[in-house]
Design a protein around this ligand. Structure first.
Ligand SMILES: C=CC1=C(C)c2cc3[nH]c(cc4nc(cc5[nH]c(cc1n2)c(C)c5CCC(=O)O)C(CCC(=O)O)=C4C)c(C)c3C=C
Ligand SMILES: [Fe+2]
Ligand SMILES: [Fe+2]
Length: 342
């Protein structure tokens, strides 16, 4: 008899804020060929020869500012999502991280220890990207083939265009929007432009107007389109004028050309354009993490104020809001039911 279970997968954090732990985490993360997609020799040269000499110290300082008694926000929020979800479904739920612990292997092991043979794996990323969804699936398949060849895994697809998700995000933003704001900025994690071209099997995306068209063959694999789509649908629900809304991309690393406009440069420039009261939201992340709590809430605020802005309002991620857990439940149940169809 088969038994089903759910694995919620997020990015992962270092095990502590010690420089050596941050270095170990960054090594695993940045040596992933789906994240820094150079050939092994050049990736090693860049990551181990350059980035890991300086970045771990700087990142460790940043992690210290967001770390709590419960540890990394990204991990304990994912844990909270699991705890709420397991009360609402009839199958075991575990978490696994793409990098560091608890790993995807640990999560699958915990499920199989409970007799699970069919897993619904949920990459907790609304939009598809090579460096997120794709690497999670690659890793889970590698682990399955090596250690659990007899189990089945059914993957939940990016949910950026699902109405239940859009409704949930829009309602969450509506509740947290301040009364007076001059602009609402949607800041998504960036990726190098090369990643978008590389993962477009249709060769029809040129990172131009095509990404905002209603239809284009590349949309299923175009992170830029999927960010625009989330923004467009949410502002429709909120009935906001387009002129009050901006899309920018944050967290770039290295010398490649990343998607533009950049969040930090935009924040510095807004005050001079007369935007004094800013609300900002980060829908590439379902849980708050270093990139939102430090890069946006702290550094981003400083950049905005430095550029002449006056009031900066960060809108938190969905985290463990009940309405979001309902969405997680629906998407998981939909996939659990597919097991009965095959
Ligand atoms: C080439 C480098 C990177 C790509 C591409 C990238 C894509 C990407 N990342 C996320 C989500 C998260 N990233 C986080 C941290 C983080 N990201 C990078 C680099 C790339 N990300 C680094 C080096 C770091 C570590 C911190 C640092 O040194 O700045 C996190 C936070 C993790 C945490 O512990 O809180 C998340 C979440 C997405 C969604 C994405 C592509 C769409
Ligand atoms: Fe990242
Ligand atoms: Fe595109």
């Amino acid at each position: 008899m088969s038994k089903k279970g759910i694995l919620l997968v997020n990015l992962g954090s270092p095990k502590s804020t010690k420089v050596e732990d941050v270095k170990e985490y960054l090594d695993e993360f940045l040596m992933d060929e789906k994240v820094i997609d150079y050939r092994w020799f050049f990736r090693t040269l860049l990551v181990r020869g350059i980035i890991l000499n300086t970045r771990p110290k700087k990142s460790a300082e940043a992690y210290k500012t967001v770390w709590t008694d419960e540890g990394s926000p990204l991990i304990f929020i994912t844990e909270r999502i699991k705890k709420k979800l397991e009360k609402m479904v009839e199958v075991p739920v575990e978490i696994g991280m793409r990098y560091a612990e608890p790993s995807i292997e640990t999560g699958i092991q915990k499920l199989t220890d409970q007799g699970v043979t069919e897993i619904v794996l949920f990459p907790l990323y609304p939009q598809y990207a090579m460096s997120t969804t794709e690497t999670v699936i690659d890793k889970a398949e590698e682990v399955r083939k090596k250690h659990f060849p007899d189990i089945k895994i059914n993957y939940i697809q990016p949910f950026y265009n699902r109405e239940i998700y859009i409704d949930c995000l829009a309602e969450s933003i509506r509740e947290k929007l301040p009364k007076n704001f001059d602009a609402l900025q949607f800041s998504y994690h960036g990726v190098p432009e090369r990643h978008i071209y590389k993962t477009d099997p249709t060769n029809t995306c040129n990172l131009n107007d095509c990404c905002s068209r209603d239809q284009n063959p590349s949309h299923q694999f175009c992170y830029r389109h999927q960010c625009f789509k989330v923004t467009e649908e949410v502002i429709k629900k909120l009935d906001l004028p387009k002129e009050k809304v901006m899309v920018t991309f944050q967290s770039r690393l290295g010398n490649d050309k990343w998607m533009e406009p950049y969040t930090d440069e935009t924040l510095e420039s807004l005050g001079k354009k007369g935007i004094k009261n800013l609300a900002i939201v980060c829908p590439a992340f379902v849980s708050d993490c270093l990139e939102t709590l430090e890069e946006i809430s702290v550094e981003g605020k400083e950049q905005f104020l430095h550029g002449g802005g006056e009031n900066f309002h960060y809108i938190p991620c969905l985290n463990d809001e009940d309405r979001w857990i309902e969405v997680v439940k629906s998407l998981c149940e939909e996939k659990l039911n597919e097991f009965y169809l095959v």
